[in-house]
Ligand binder design. Structure first.
Ligand SMILES: [Zn+2]
Length: 369
């Protein structure tokens, strides 16, 4: 059994609203209930990704209870997912149920990590996207419609679906009346969509940091002069803050009044965004369990590193981000994302949302993209 998504949860901001403001302790106890309701540990033990590994570590899934039990379980990382994708047989043994689609993250070269999603998993992702869309649509003076230039990435990257789902989410909830211009950088030399975009004068730009930089280089005149109507940018795949942060550069290149950082990956069907208070990205506590491996622990190959639940980590804690998901097709349990986070605060945010806030500050040194 999995988390069932009702049409209300999918399409109604009002149904979602209370969850955003629950006290942290209540969000944690909801997670405990969810763990039990989904029977996560026993269910996951049926997957070849966990069963044997757990037995070898002397773990009896039937005795595991509550999120504290997670700490006894071995970690999983990208190499396990790549190994799983090596043969049809190993994929079949890992799956808990037949998936509808497979997605992958952007990445460099080499073998990819493929993640299966059922329809329910996709619906959950859509509900998250709707939540983020709602959070970022708080813009009372926005023109109607607001034109959004979304730079798309090729299938089956998980980010390919982003502009299409975002547009539907906005449409179905009667949000900001966003009108999307979806364009791919690879098509620019062939159909010159930049000319159409300059005619349309979008107000929002959504893109990976790399694509935003490439587009600025391709525009014939300086980006802020070619697209003077742009006010907000929504950027992913690289940090906007910190030493290598791209925020100041992109805001000045495009003349943006405001920019937001977005986190999404194939492994994590959640989607996190910086809120209008610009005090970090909210990690959604409902539907995923967040741990951090604080920096300064024994190197790989030694004792398994200790973790903290992000909601219990002191502000300023930095380290590797570890997730446990409730994905129906294949939950990821203690998956080391290879992404670095810094915990900003676990107290309620100025925007009113109670879910903890972090910054994604880049990749772990030894991790491939
Ligand atoms: Zn906030």
């Amino acid at each position: 059994m999995t988390v069932s998504i009702t049409p209300e949860a999918l399409f109604s901001p009002r149904a979602d609203e209370p969850l955003l403001h629950l006290p942290l302790a209540e969000l944690v106890s909801q997670t405990e209930e969810l763990l039990e309701r989904c029977d996560l540990f026993r269910r996951a033990a049926r997957s070849s990704l966990y069963g044997q590994r757990w037995r070898a570590a002397g773990i009896k899934p039937e005795l595991l209870q509550g999120r504290a039990a997670l700490r006894r379980l071995p970690f999983l990382d990208g190499t396990d997912l790549i190994a799983m994708a090596e043969s049809r047989d190993s994929l079949r043994k890992a799956l808990l149920t037949r998936p509808r689609i497979w997605v992958t993250s952007r990445g460099t070269s080499g073998p990819k990590k493929w993640l299966p999603l059922t329809l329910a998993d996709t619906a959950h992702w859509f509900a998250r996207l709707r939540r983020v869309s709602e959070m970022l649509s708080v813009e009372p003076d926005a023109p109607i419609p607001t034109f959004v230039l979304a730079i798309n990435e090729p299938m089956p990257r998980v980010s390919n679906a982003l502009p299409y789902l975002w547009e539907r989410a906005d449409y179905l909830t009667g949000g900001q009346r966003l009108e999307f211009i979806v364009a791919a950088m690879t098509m620019l030399p062939h159909n010159h969509w930049d000319r159409f975009v300059v005619q349309k004068q979008p107000q929002w730009l959504m893109a990976s940091v790399d694509d935003a930089r490439r587009l600025a280089q391709e525009l014939e005149v300086k980006a802020s002069r070619a697209l003077p109507g742009l006010r907000r940018g929504i950027f992913w795949s690289q940090p906007l803050d910190g030493p290598a942060g791209a925020r100041a550069e992109l805001e000045s290149t495009y003349g943006l009044a405001e920019s937001f950082s977005l986190y999404l990956s194939a492994e994590c069907r959640e989607m996190y965004a910086e809120c209008p208070a610009h005090a970090g990205l909210h990690l959604w506590m409902d539907g995923v369990i967040h741990e951090i491996i604080p920096d300064g622990q024994a190197p790989a190959g030694h004792e398994p590193p200790e973790t903290l639940f992000v909601d219990q980590a002191p502000p300023g804690t930095e380290g590797e981000y570890v997730i446990t998901t409730f994905t129906e097709a294949l939950p990821l349990i203690r998956y080391r994302t290879g992404d670095r986070i810094r915990v900003l605060d676990t107290a309620p945010c100025a925007c009113g949302v109670t879910h903890p806030r972090v910054l994604f500050t880049g990749r772990m040194a030894a991790s491939a993209a």
